[in-house]
Every structure is written in structure tokens, then in C-alpha cells.
Design a protein around this ligand. Structure first.
Ligand code: BES
Ligand code: ZN
Length: 954
């Protein structure tokens, strides 16, 4: 048996290999590639054993490409009472090379039977031939063995009947519940497939490259509705009063984007200028919170259609708030699913930052309808082509559709967020190998999202927005309904005039307007692909060291590593072979011109045309690099900030604050120098810049407070309250002003109350008492709501009352604020109660457990509790969340990465080792250990300086 299987697979393999090599363009699925023959031979002995003891004919995690799907007919009948579903499917497949088996993905599905018809059988209505089904759960695959070899270039229809329980977690086809105002608990059934969970709902070719059309039918009771990617064509009535909704066939798409839902939700709808019907669905009692999302999604869909010059190809788009949802949202084509707090907006309880979040998530998921759905990455190693672009497009779309949200001022934070991770040695390149489902899930991280967006933004700044836009339009048009890889993007962004199909989009790299001679020269000569390879295939972030000598600027690049200083023995090895093509920009005291240069070498020299007092690199923080100024550089900039900070743009000031503190972590700048730089903040007129400085000071406060370093904690508290007194005292407790005014209010008052600033506590206490007296009816300004609740949660009566209101509240935004407030209690038994409620999953939903553990771990009185809990309940947690999922990673890093002592590091290390021994391994374990080591070093090195600096400053 083993032998015959091996031969069989081998033959098929050669067949495919030849056709792909000989005529890659002609082959209807030329995008499929396969691994080299040698690799196959090497592992040929290692065929796995199926569950019934027979040899399973396929041994790789990736599916064979000899059989490809063209069309799926899916009929799904979920039962929301017995919490299971029965289903059947017909997959039309194309056989590209003779084969005796078809391998599909399937996870936790009970296959009832499988049969096969040839095209001829279908035409003559000949019944299908029953197939033997083998199952290999370790690879989440089934193999259908056919009695006679399938013939190349023919189509076949595979019919499978199957059933399963509705899943308990948040993946596949799962159940979700909500409570009505009347106290009744209702169940809905919902799908969430990305990246590899479509296989939990129906047997399929569950890889992004296998695009197909889907015709979906859903059976339901009359009290429910059914939704799917496409609009409903008709409903037919079946025996026993059951209804069957039949949906239009989808466009060609990947399995991870399929979605269907059975629920009893209500909706609001509108139509875009181009006639797309947009609806927002929520549970009936939350209907009133859907209006903002409707307005935003109509606006944003119009924007994207215009911006990409490509119609949204479906007749409708539904956005639905799901009561139990693991991540923030999921971009299923035509039926986007959201966590309630990512879609619903309640004017009474949603703050400015809640509004920003909702708008941002809508902008993100709508961008995916093009980047991701229309054009999909070939494989998960390039998930940044989806997520980096969707994150980048948030910036572009919101700047234009919602200028009042001033989203642009927040973008540098997107980059700063990932720099923390990317400046550790354990980071990874944007394009990274991913094979197993856990590794694939781990790809959904800050490197793919944030760094992806930041390097796109840097490239846009380099090429100009218009050129960049034309390039991405070209990319989207060229790869519509297909898959793409990095090089396809770089190619579309440069020299696309050479391609026959490129002229229609009208963009030619060399025709681009030659606005500036230097720039035109650079544009034409730079090899985009070569340049971008240095950002996508190499991990880390560069440090540009600038030294001004008279009129010349000496530049040097190296790999920036926080937590490792130049004196450390490992520094040299960690630098080896790292080199970027950095599009640097700078401005000087002598003019407003933005100077540009590509730093391709380790060192370079630039000549200044005039004498200047200062030079500032990385204009507007658009580049993904950190800058260090040697010699007098930092002093000149500090002087400038103190004398007239407005001579630098706000984003440049933010960048300086960021880079200075990063350089402290890398031992390149002393902490007192960076702290001295923040002294100008008293006069800072840009709120985002002020908040950036405050963020670092707060971070240091939390670090010393958690470690019980009481003298520094006290002095830093004193310094913060004294230094920022003018800002604190001028805050009103009213929702008024611009977005940034309101963000400042939330941040500053939160800090003031946290530091026990008497006027703040007094005002919050007063509002909390009034709120309790009004039985929760009083409207507290939304931007201070969390602060008021947190102060109120410090008494037992307040805490208990908040917990009661938590159960009653219909607003996810309010519930989040209450839960956060509850987690700030100083009483460990209360914190433990919260964790128990979170584990039970009734009052506090399992979807909120990760954020809860994160919040408790941030509370100095809860950090040990949360960490012990995670250690002791790891297996329970693994039953609730997949190992590589967002929530699980948030739980692990949220309860550990703030540690800053050697003992804690040792404990975490031992725990991770024990997990590894049990087979639970995540790549972020290494990142966490590195982050803790960095904290330890930071404190060792900088605590004495901080102590001294505070003594002279207060
Ligand atoms: N495609 C993702 C959803 C996803 C996340 C699938 C992780 C598989 C694993 C979606 O577009 C997304 O990125 N959602 C974000 C929100 C976004 C605004 C950053 C999320 O869920 O946090
Ligand atoms: Zn996304």
C-alpha cells in the first residue's frame, strides 16, 4: 500500500511540474507553484497514517496543486437549539494532472459521505461514485480516494455530506449569544475563517491561492434571518416550515473570506453614490448604536471606489456587530464582521477615542475589500500585503473623509508602536516563513500591520502620493481576482509602461512629473525592488547617525538595537550584513526646503549649500529609521526647542522625543539629555507632541511604581503634577473641543487622578456619586467617563455598583470602561473575582478575558495575580483560545512583558520552557524574554540618572 501511494504521488508531481515550467502563462492556474522534486523524494518514505490506520497519500501541510477548485455549492443548515449543523457541498474541480486522490482541508467535521461525478456523469445524470475518505487530523486534511484515476484537464464534481457541532470558540462556524433587554439569552451562528478556519465549516481547499466562486444556501427557522457574502436571490419554503435562503454566486475569492450568519438582528441601510446598498446589523436592542457606522461606511466606500478607480464589485455590503468576537473585525467580502465595540457608537458613552477606533476599523476593513479581497497575497508569508496596506489606507482615507478626526497626527504612533518590537533581535522580516496554522496566525502582528503601513508611507513620501497612488491602482487592476507577491507590487509601482496591460491605467514610471531635478533623477535610477527588499526581507530598523562637520554632513547607517549598546560584546555580530536603502530627508535652519537623498551605503557624505545652525533628519517622521546626532547635534536641537519650538514641525518634534528615548535604550544618549529635551514641553503647542513626551514620563512612573522604588515614584509623581499643573488645571470636565483637545483631557485627567491629584479625585468622586444617585442615568462626559468610574471603583460600594451596571449596560463602549475601572481596584480579592467571572464567561464574556488580564497585569496590585493565574491555568486558557490567536498572545505578553527584574525573567523563562516541552511554542516568547531583559538593563543603567535628574528638577 505504502509503495503504490508513493508512486502515485510521484507521477502526479512530475506532471504538474512540467506543465508549470513549460507554459506558465498559458496554464489557467499559473500562479500555483510547487516545491522542488528533490524535497519530495527526500520525504517520500514519510507518509503519514490516516485515522483508520491506512496510509494517508499526502504528507505536506500545503495541498497538492494537481486538483484545483472552481466552484463550491454550499448548503448549510445550522440548528440554533441543538447547536450543531448539517451540510452538504458540491465542489467543481479541475484536474490538472492524472491523480487517484483529492486532498482537502477539513477540521473537526464529521464526513458522512463523499462521491464523485465526472462532467459526463453530471450531464447524463449518472449518480456519483462513492469515495473512500481518509482523514489526517494533524494536518487538518482529508483525502478522497477515487477508484479510477482522474483525467487531466477534465472537470469533476465532488459531493460531500458532513456535519459538526457549532464551535465553542471564535473560529469556524461558531455560536455566539447575547442577552436581550428583557433578560432572555439568544443564540446566533456566525463564521470567522481567517486565516485557516474555513476548514472547520466545510471541507475545502483552504489556502488563499485557491480562489473559486461560491453559491451558498442557508436553511433557517422563520424567526431568524440569514446573511452571507452576496445578496439573497430567493427564499424557498421547505417542509416543516423551514426556510432556505439562496444567495447569489460570489465573485472569485479565497475561502477565508466566505461568511454566513444566522441571527435575529435588525439593521439600518443606505446607498452609496454608485448604488451599493450598505447595511449595519446589530442585535435588536443595539439598533440605535448603528447610525454612526452607516454614515462612516457610506462615506468610506464612496472614497475607496474613487481613490482606487475600481468599483466595489458586489451589489451590497453588510457590516455586523457580533456579540462574541475574538479580534476587532474581519473583512469577509460583502459581510464584514465586527466586535461590537469596533462598530457601534453610543453618543452617551462612546468617547472620542472610541469614535476614532470605530472609524479606523471601518476604514481598515473597507480597504481590505480591495487589498486582500480583490487582490490577495499568494501565501500567508506576505500577509503584510493585506494588513500593511489596509493599515496604510486607514491613514489615506481618514485624512480625506474625516479631516476633523486629525488622524494624520496619530500615524507616527503606528510606527513607534512597531519600532519597540522591531528593534529587538527576535523581530522578523515583514515577509516571513509561515507553515503551520499557529505560525500563520503569528504573522498577524505589528510587523505585518504597522511596519507594513510605515514602509508604504515612507515609499509614498519618496515617490509622491500621486505616483504611489497610480502604482497601487495599477497593481489592483492587474491582479484583480488573483493573487500577488511582493515583487508584483514593486513591479507595478515602477516601470510598468513596459507591460502591455499597463498602459490602460495610464501610469508610466518614467513619465512621472519631474518636479524636482534631483528627485526625478533619483526616481529614475533607483531600483525600487532592490530598495524595498531591504525593508521587507530584512528584519529590524536602521539607525542613521549624523555628524555635522562645517558644511558637510557625515552619515552612517547601522542596525538599531534597543537594549544592546555598542560596548556590548554581541553588538558586532548583531550588525553583520545589515544594510538598507534609506530614503532620508532633512531640513535645516536656513530654508524650508526638504532635502532628499538615498543612503545606500554604510557611510556617505552630503554637502550643505549654506551654513546652518541645526539639521533635522526624517522630516515629518515619514521615514522608518531612527536618527542620532553626534557631536553638538542634540544640543543644537534642544536649544532650538527651548528657543522656538515652532521652527520645527509638530511631527518633527514628536520624532525627536521618540528618537531621543529610543537612543537612551540603546545606550547612545544619556537619559538626562533626553529628559532635558522634554523640558520645552511646558511651551509645547501641539497636543500630540505634548502627549508623546508625557507618555514617556508616565511609562517611567509605571515602571518604578511596579517595582516599588518608592523614592523615585514619589519624586516623579511630584514632578509630573508640578510640571504639568498648568495643563491639568485648565482641563474642563466637559466633552468639548477638537479631537486632540478631547484626547488631551482624557489623558491628562486620567494621569492626574491616577497620581491622586486632589482636585481631580474630588471632581471625579462628585460625578460618580451623582451618577450612582441617579441610578446610572446621569450622563457623564464621555471623555472622562473611564476616569470617573475608575475613581468610583476604589470603594467597595462603588466597585459593586459598577459591576451591577456592567451586567445591565447595553453599550460595549461603556462596558469596556467599567471593566477597566473594576480592574484598577487595589483589592486582590476583587481582581480575582473579575478573573473568575472572565473564566466563567457569563457576566464577563470570554472575548473580554484577554483585555481584562492585560488590565489587571498593568495594575501594580494585580500584576502578580494575573501572572500566577496565567501560569496555573494555561491549559484552561488554551481551551478557550487558539495558541497563536490575538487573545492568547495578548494574554501572554500582557502579563509578562512589563517585568523588569532578573527573578521575574527567570520565572518567565522557566514557564516558556515548560510550555515548549508540552508542545505549546510561540515565536513571541523570545520577544518577551528580550523585552524583559531590556527593561532590566534599562533600570540598571538609568535608575540612578533618573533619581538624580528628579532631585535637581523638583
Ligand atoms: N484580517 C483581520 C482579521 C484577522 C486578525 C484575521 C487576525 C486573522 C487573524 C482584520 O482585517 C483586522 O486586521 N482586524 C483588526 C482591526 C484593525 C483595525 C487593525 C483587529 O481585529 O484587531
Ligand atoms: Zn486587517
Amino acid at each position: 500500500m505504502a509503495n503504490s501511494c508513493r508512486k502515485l504521488v510521484f507521477n502526479i508531481y512530475i506532471g504538474f511540474y512540467c506543465s508549470a515550467v513549460i507554459m506558465p502563462q498559458k496554464c489557467i492556474c499559473s500562479q500555483f507553484t510547487s516545491s522542488p522534486i528533490d524535497e519530495f523524494n527526500k520525504d517520500a518514505e514519510a507518509f503519514p497514517v490516516a485515522t483508520n490506520g491506512e496510509i494517508f497519500p499526502w504528507h505536506e501541510l500545503r495541498l497538492p496543486t494537481v486538483v484545483i477548485p472552481l466552484h463550491y455549492d454550499l448548503l448549510i443548515h445550522p440548528n440554533l437549539t441543538s447547536l450543531d449543523f448539517v451540510a452538504s457541498e458540491k465542489i467543481e474541480v479541475l484536474v490538472r494532472d492524472a491523480t487517484q486522490f483529492i486532498v482537502l482541508h477539513s477540521k473537526d467535521l464529521e464526513i458522512i459521505n463523499a462521491s464523485l461525478q465526472s462532467e459526463e456523469d453530471v450531464r447524463y445524470r449518472k449518480p456519483g461514485e462513492r469515495l473512500t475518505v481518509l482523514s489526517y487530523p494533524a494536518h487538518q486534511q482529508i483525502a478522497l480516494l477515487v477508484p479510477e484515476k482522474l483525467r487531466p484537464d477534465l472537470r469533476y464534481s465532488v459531493a460531500i455530506d458532513f456535519q459538526a457541532k457549532l464551535a465553542d470558540g471564535f473560529e469556524g462556524f461558531y455560536k455566539s449569544t447575547y442577552r436581550t433587554l428583557g433578560g432572555e439569552t439568544r443564540t446566533i451562528a456566525v463564521t470567522d475563517f481567517e486565516p485557516t478556519e474555513a476548514r472547520m465549516a466545510f471541507p475545502c481547499f483552504d489556502e488563499p491561492l485557491f480562489k473559486a466562486n461560491f453559491s451558498i444556501k442557508i436553511r433557517r427557522e422563520s424567526r431568524h434571518i440569514a446573511l452571507s457574502n452576496m445578496p439573497k436571490v430567493k427564499t424557498i419554503e421547505l417542509e416543516g416550515g423551514l426556510l432556505e435562503d439562496q444567495f447569489e454566486t460570489t465573485v472569485k475569492m479565497s475561502t477565508y473570506l466566505v461568511a454566513y450568519i444566522v441571527c435575529d438582528f435588525t439593521s439600518v441601510s443606505g446607498t452609496t453614490s454608485s448604488g451599493v446598498k450598505v447595511s449595519i446589523y446589530a442585535s435588536p436592542d443595539k439598533w440605535s448604536q448603528t447610525h454612526y457606522a452607516l454614515e462612516a461606511s457610506l462615506k468610506l466606500l464612496d472614497f475607496y471606489e474613487n481613490y482606487f478607480d475600481i468599483h466595489y464589485p458586489l451589489p451590497k455590503l453588510d457590516l455586523i456587530a457580533i456579540p462574541d468576537f475574538a479580534s476587532g473585525a474581519m473583512e469577509n467580502w460583502g459581510l464584514i464582521t465586527y466586535r461590537e465595540t469596533s462598530l457601534l457608537f453610543d453618543p452617551k458613552t462612546s468617547s472620542t477615542s472610541d469614535k476614532l477606533w470605530v472609524t479606523e476599523v471601518i476604514a481598515h476593513e473597507l480597504a481590505h475589500q480591495w487589498f486582500g479581497n480583490l487582490v490577495t497575497m499568494e501565501w500567508w508569508n506576505d500577509i503584510w500585503l493585506n494588513e500593511g496596506f489596509a493599515t496604510y489606507m486607514e491613514l489615506i482615507s481618514l485624512n480625506i473623509t474625516y479631516p476633523e478626526l486629525q488622524f494624520d497626527d496619530n500615524f507616527s504612533n503606528t510606527c513607534f508602536e512597531v519600532i519597540k518590537r522591531d528593534s529587538l533581535n527576535s523581530s522578523h522580516p515583514i515577509s516571513n516563513q509561515a507553515k503551520t496554522p499557529t505560525q500563520i496566525q503569528e504573522m498577524f502582528d505589528a510587523v505585518s500591520y504597522n511596519k507594513g503601513a510605515c514602509i508604504l508611507n515612507m515609499l509614498k513620501d519618496f515617490l509622491s502620493e500621486e505616483t504611489f497612488r497610480k502604482g497601487i491602482i495599477h497593481y489592483l487592476k492587474k491582479f484583480s481576482y488573483r493573487n500577488a507577491k511582493n515583487d508584483d507590487l514593486w513591479h507595478s509601482l515602477s516601470n510598468n509602461c513596459l507591460e502591455s496591460d499597463s498602459t490602460s491605467s495610464g501610469f508610466c514610471y518614467s513619465d512621472s512629473k519631474k518636479t524636482s531635478n534631483t528627485l526625478a533623477f533619483l526616481r529614475e535610477n533607483v531600483e525600487l525592488k532592490e530598495m524595498m527588499a531591504t525593508w521587507t526581507l530584512q528584519k529590524g530598523i536602521p539607525l542613521v547617525v549624523v555628524k555635522r562637520e562645517g558644511r558637510s554632513l557625515r552619515l552612517q547607517q547601522e542596525r538599531f538595537l534597543s537594549g544592546v549598546s555598542k560596548e556590548d560584546p554581541e553588538w558586532g555580530t548583531l550588525q553583520e550584513r545589515y544594510l538598507w536603502h534609506i530614503p532620508v530627508t532633512y531640513s535645516t535652519s536656513s530654508s524650508n526646503v526638504i532635502h532628499r537623498h538615498i543612503l545606500k551605503l554604510k557611510t556617505d557624505t552630503l554637502d550643505l549649500s549654506e551654513k546652518t545652525n541645526w539639521v533635522k533628519f526624517n522630516v515629518d517622521s515619514n521615514g522608518y529609521y531612527i536618527v542620532h546626532y553626534e557631536g553638538q547635534g542634540w544640543d543644537e536641537l534642544i536649544t532650538l526647542l527651548n528657543q522656538n519650538h515652532t521652527l520645527l514641525r509638530p511631527k518633527d518634534r514628536i520624532g525627536l522625543i521618540h528618537d531621543a528615548f529610543q537612543l537612551v535604550s540603546a545606550g547612545r544618549l544619556t537619559l538626562d539629555k533626553a529628559l532635558d529635551l522634554t523640558r520645552y514641553l511646558q511651551h509645547e503647542t501641539s497636543i500630540p507632541a505634548l502627549l508623546k513626551g508625557l507618555e514617556y514620563l508616565e511609562l517611567f512612573y509605571l515602571m518604578v511604581e511596579r517595582r516599588n522604588i518608592s523614592d523615585v515614584t514619589e519624586n516623579l509623581k511630584h514632578y509630573l503634577l508640578q510640571y504639568f499643573k498648568p495643563v491639568i488645571d485648565t482641563q474642563s470636565w466637559v466633552d468639548e473641543g477638537s479631537v486632540w483637545d478631547r484626547m488631551l483631557r482624557s489623558t491628562v485627567l486620567k494621569l492626574a487622578c491616577y497620581l491622586n491629584h486632589a482636585p481631580c479625585i474630588q471632581k471625579a468622586t462628585e460625578l460618580f456619586s451623582q451618577w450612582m444617585e441617579s441610578s446610572g442615568k446621569l450622563n457623564i462626559p464621555t471623555d472622562v467617563l473611564k476616569i470617573v468610574y475608575s475613581v468610583g471603583a476604589q470603594t467597595t460600594a462603588g466597585w459593586n455598583y459598577l459591576l451591577e451596571q456592567y451586567e445591565l449596560s447595553l453599550s460595549g463602549a461603556e462596558k469596556n470602561k467599567i471593566l477597566y475601572a473594576l480592574s484598577t481596584s487595589k483589592h486582590q480579592e476583587k481582581l480575582m473575582k473579575l478573573i473568575e467571572l472572565g473564566m466563567e464567561g457569563k457576566v464577563i464574556k470570554t472575548q473580554d478575558l484577554a483585555a481584562l488580564l492585560f488590565a489587571i497585569a498593568r495594575n501594580p496590585k494585580g500584576q502578580q495575580l494575573a501572572w500566577n493565574f496565567v501560569k496555573e491555568n494555561w491549559t484552561h486558557l488554551l481551551k478557550k483560545f487558539e495558541l497563536g490567536s490575538f487573545p492568547m498572545r495578548m494574554i501572554v505578553s500582557g502579563t509578562t512583558s512589563h517585568f523588569s527584574s532578573k527573578d521575574e525573567l527567570q520565572e518567565v523563562k522557566l514557564f516558556f520552557e515548560s510550555l515548549k516541552a508540552q508542545g505549546s511554542h510561540l515565536d513571541i516568547f523570545q520577544t518577551i524574554l528580550e523585552a524583559i531583559s531590556k527593561n532590566i538593563k534599562w533600570l540598571e543603567k538609568n535608575l540612578p540618572t533618573l533619581r538624580k535628574w528628579l532631585l535637581i528638577s523638583i
